[in-house]
Design a protein around this ligand. Structure first.
Ligand SMILES: [Zn+2]
Length: 385
């Protein structure tokens, strides 16, 4: 029975104010301490500032493969939200646990650690890994660092369970998300002599036209069995800015856009098409008039999609553990796609509902947390002899 211990741990975790903008080091050292107490071999990786860290921990035999339980330690801000209770103090009422991060996703982390504490580590027949990451909410930055490190070390678990709130449903797919800012620098001039300047706004317009052309191509590439809504990769132009007046050639322009790929090959196609278009068409034309003209494409955030696969051992295992008779796909992005890219069979399954995430009075139903604990207990039976 791991629920009471899970609640204790959760109360501690909620008290760490790990909003993505702030450091998560205290929470990581708290988790590392608890995992080391189980005899875990821990690897801590940090971001460039040294104020954020991931911990990757392994218990059980020192051999390839194994099962990974993964969650992010950061939470979204509470500023400008109207909370009834202190968001960083766990409060229970009517079978619900209130606090920032209860469902997204410290509840799962607490359950995972409590589960680890119940195991007779010497009896594990395969490695059990834990990954607790930073900066998921701002683009899965910590998981990217972690996955790069694992790849370098040649550590590839067989199965990853990412405990984002799915109400314990088995989620085997989500779209990716790629956000990009493209900046155009041309040459200012009088509007009456357009050939003497380089109009950044006009080149931005042509860039956008190419993106809209791609949008049609992407629609036709939707996988026949796609369960996403809509089933294809989408493109959105989010913001256009540039220029100063009607009668001045615009020297600067900026386009903020994003895409939500249903398959990695779509994202590759869009990036390659745009890069070719910039390099072979737009930029040479601009620089023929003014050699300092430039176009830069800055990726602001990229979250890999989780592609539903015919063969997915994680899906099969967790469906069995939860008794689910179906699986689904969701609209929100998670770290699962990054693990899939590493070669891990990954799914998303965790307690609580995404409907309560990111909101004031975020809560997690105790019943949901209990379901998660019971799923992990069944996993424990599978992992020990
Ligand atoms: Zn989350």
């Amino acid at each position: 029975m791991t629920l009471p211990r899970t609640l204790e741990l959760l109360a501690d975790l909620i008290a760490f104010e790990t909003v993505s903008a702030d450091s998560n080091l205290e929470m990581i050292s708290y988790l590392t301490e608890r995992l080391e107490a189980l005899g875990a071999r821990c690897i801590v990786t940090r971001d460039k500032t040294g104020t954020k860290a991931n911990v990757f921990a392994t218990i059980g035999p020192d051999q390839p493969g194994g099962i990974l339980l993964s969650g992010h330690t950061d939470v979204v801000p509470v500023a400008d939200q109207d909370w009834t209770t202190d968001p960083f103090k766990l409060a229970e009422s009517d079978g619900k646990l209130y606090g920032r991060g209860t469902c997204d996703m410290k509840g799962f982390i607490a359950a995972a650690v409590a589960f680890g504490e119940t195991l007779d580590v010497g009896k594990l027949t395969q490695p059990l890994h834990f990954a607790f990451t930073y900066d998921e909410e701002v683009g899965c930055l910590g998981a990217q660092t972690l996955v790069d490190d694992l790849s370098e070390r040649g550590i590839v678990p067989d199965i990853a369970i990412i405990g984002e709130p799915t109400e314990m449903r088995v989620i085997e797919g989500h779209k990716g998300c790629f956000e990009c800012t493209t900046r155009f620098t041309g040459l200012e001039g009088h509007s009456s002599a357009p050939d003497d300047g380089v109009n950044a706004a006009e080149y931005a317009a042509r860039y956008i036209s190419k993106l809209l052309e791609l949008r049609h191509i992407l629609k036709s590439r939707a996988p026949a069995d796609s369960r996403f809504e809509p089933p294809w990769t989408t493109v959105n132009i989010g913001q256009i800015s540039g220029g100063v007046a009607h009668n001045v050639i615009a020297s600067k322009a900026e386009v903020l856009w994003e895409m939500r790929p249903v398959q990695a090959s779509d994202a590759d196609l869009v990036k390659k098409t745009l890069a070719d278009y910039v390099e072979h068409s737009l930029l040479p034309e601009m620089q023929a008039v003014h050699s300092d003209s430039n176009i830069t494409q800055e990726a602001i955030a990229e979250v890999e999609g989780l592609e539903p696969m015919e063969e997915n051992a994680a899906r099969d295992l967790v469906a069995e553990l939860t008794g689910a008779n179906g699986t689904g796909v969701v609209a929100f992005a998670t770290e699962a796609g990054l693990f899939q890219k590493l070669g891990v069979h990954a799914i998303v399954c965790g307690p609580g509902s995404i409907a309560q995430a990111h909101k004031a009075d975020e809560f997690l139903e105790i019943e949901q947390l209990d379901m998660c604990c019971r799923m992990l207990t069944r996993l424990g039976h599978r992992l020990t002899r």
